[in-house]
Design a binder for this molecule. Structure first.
Ligand SMILES: Cc1cc2nc3c(=O)[nH]c(=O)nc-3n(C[C@H](O)[C@H](O)[C@H](O)COP(=O)(O)O)c2cc1C
Length: 507
């Protein structure tokens, strides 16, 4: 154990006691008394206002949910423990993104330039009023941007909101949630209506400079990610004949261009969705129990372990952002189709437009009762769009034993798919130094959120669960050294008693 992040990961597996919860203010949004404000149009009024729409889709207070006292039961396990002094406590506001304990630690800031559609300057996005609070005038994009971005968004986490409930575990959740925020930003920035725009994120940037620019106290609010909204592309002119025959001149010219800006990571294409029908491929031996609807016969082997070819799938993350919510009552226990499994997994392993390597996490999962796929623990290989069997057998009892809360245990009994991204601390630390923990957790959070969005778009329910002793499951996956599963999300058909009355305020 070489550094503080490593010690933290080894020691903090569950929330720690919060000695004095009263010491923390109730969950308020930030305020900047006296600072100038710029109202943003609500998306239904002017859906074409890119920034107004994007910020609502990211951090806005966009949903009102009517709960009942009984909704607390899976968390309290007794009627006596349910607080009943305020009847309005059952009307809750929600955001587009999930958040541990609905504590909503994430904040967004905007570095606006002349083409941002709002006054040039540094702004705080106030989700309660859907407006921008100007913290500085002037164009500060070049402090942060590595490419000619029209607007730069900065994502932070207010630590005390999580610490008030989870103690030391606040840092883990903040890191996971920054990945979720970035995944949401990339999904909604590039969704329908934004075809001519792109966005790219960075989790490695000059933290101290950005913290200072936003006027934050780094001990209270951490700057975790930057999202660059790129200007619309210019139409291409006729190119002329190829210069490929003159590589020396081309390299000399490229070298000058490379020095002209700090290096940006090249933007990568989306996930390779793979293709073909659901097929279980024999490894050393053929897999038993396959070949229901969608699955075809066994074919060539891929190394020692059996592999499952998944059907071609094209997840629609932006569509999922309109309906995503955390499942409230577990799942119905109905079978899941191979197509639904393939869609969720394709999003899980999809490459993000950011500065982190694609292999920062590995995409492990557990499957039960999916048509054509034997129940068991698997590793998903995004490039091949295949599942590699790690351990066969019904996983539900084992999942249940690792789950801490009644709701999570219920999900273990009734879900069909559990995603558990795995990170290698050793490799990440070597590559990222002290930042390794933060970026690895973010990659895990982002992978799960992408999967939840893809699931919502096809009517599959989901819930991210932190209250699972994931280290108890690591042996199942055969993890060795400092490889660990980092977080879990459950998926299945929503329990008929699950949906709650919910008003969407922007659609
Ligand atoms: C990092 C993270 C950890 C979470 N952990 C749990 C958990 O341990 N148990 C649980 O029931 N829900 C968990 N959730 C789900 C949240 O409670 C849920 O997102 C929140 O109540 C808001 O509801 P919504 O997702 O419908 O917007 C977690 C969510 C996130 C993002």
């Amino acid at each position: 154990m070489s550094d503080e992040a490593t010690r933290y990961q080894e020691d903090v597996h569950t929330p720690t006691e919060v000695a004095n919860p009263e010491a923390y203010p109730p969950r308020l949004v930030k305020s900047y008394p006296g600072a100038p404000r710029h109202p943003l149009p609500w998306p239904p009024e002017r859906a074409g206002h890119r920034l107004g729409r994007l910020l609502a889709d990211l951090g806005g207070i966009t949903r009102a949910q009517w709960l009942t006292p009984l909704d607390m039961l899976p968390f309290t396990d007794s009627f006596e423990a349910i607080p009943d002094d305020d009847p309005l406590q059952w009307l809750v506001t929600r955001r587009p993104t999930p958040s541990g304990g609905a504590r909503y630690s994430a904040e967004w800031y905007v570095l606006a330039g002349p083409d941002s559609g709002v006054p040039t300057g540094v702004h705080y996005y106030d989700p309660a009023r859907h407006d921008l609070v100007r913290l500085r005038s002037g164009d500060y994009r070049s402090w942060v941007a590595t490419r000619p971005a029209a607007t730069v968004l900065v994502q932070t986490n207010v630590f005390w909101r999580l610490a008030a409930k989870y103690g030391e575990m606040y840092y883990r959740l903040a890191c996971l949630e920054s990945g979720i925020q970035v995944a949401q930003a990339l999904a909604v920035a590039e969704g329908p209506g934004a075809e001519d725009h792109t966005a790219a994120a960075r989790l490695c940037f000059p933290d101290a400079d950005v913290t200072e620019l936003l006027g934050l106290d780094a001990r209270e609010e951490g700057v975790h990610a930057v999202v660059e909204l790129l200007p619309p592309p210019v139409p291409s002119a006729f190119g002329g004949p190829s210069l490929a025959a003159f590589p020396l001149a081309a390299r000399a010219h490229a070298a000058v261009l490379a020095q002209s800006r700090p290096g940006a990571e090249p933007l990568r294409a989306g996930a390779d969705d793979g293709g073909g029908d659901a097929t279980v491929r024999g490894g050393e031996g053929e897999v038993e129990g396959e070949a229901e609807a969608g699955a075809s016969s066994a074919s060539a082997s891929h190394g020692a372990r059996p592999r499952v070819d998944l059907p071609h799938a094209v997840p629609d993350l932006a569509a999922g952002a309109r309906t995503r919510h955390a499942a409230m009552r577990g799942f119905s226990g109905a079978k899941m189709s191979a197509g639904a499994l393939a869609t969720v997994l394709a999003a899980y392993g999809q490459r993000a437009r950011w500065d982190l390597p694609a292999d920062l996490v590995e995409f492990y999962c557990v499957v039960a009762d999916v048509t054509g796929v034997p129940s068991g623990a698997y590793r998903y290989h995004p490039e091949e769009h295949q599942l590699e069997l790690v351990s066969e057998g019904d996983p539900r009892q084992r999942l249940r034993e690792a789950a801490l809360a009644a709701l999570t245990q219920q999900g273990a009994r009734t879900g069909n798919l559990w995603l558990l991204p795995v990170g290698d601390a050793e490799a990440a630390e070597e590559r990222f130094g002290a930042r390794w923990y933060r970026v690895q957790q973010a990659a895990a959070g982002a992978a799960l959120h992408r999967a939840c969005l893809a699931a919502a778009a096809i009517g599959v329910a989901s819930r991210i669960q932190n209250d699972v002793l994931t280290h108890l499951l690591d042996a199942w996956f055969g993890l060795e050294g400092r490889r660990r599963s980092l977080l879990m999300a459950q998926f299945g058909t929503e329990h008929p008693a699950g949906p709650r009355p919910e008003f969407r305020l922007t659609w």
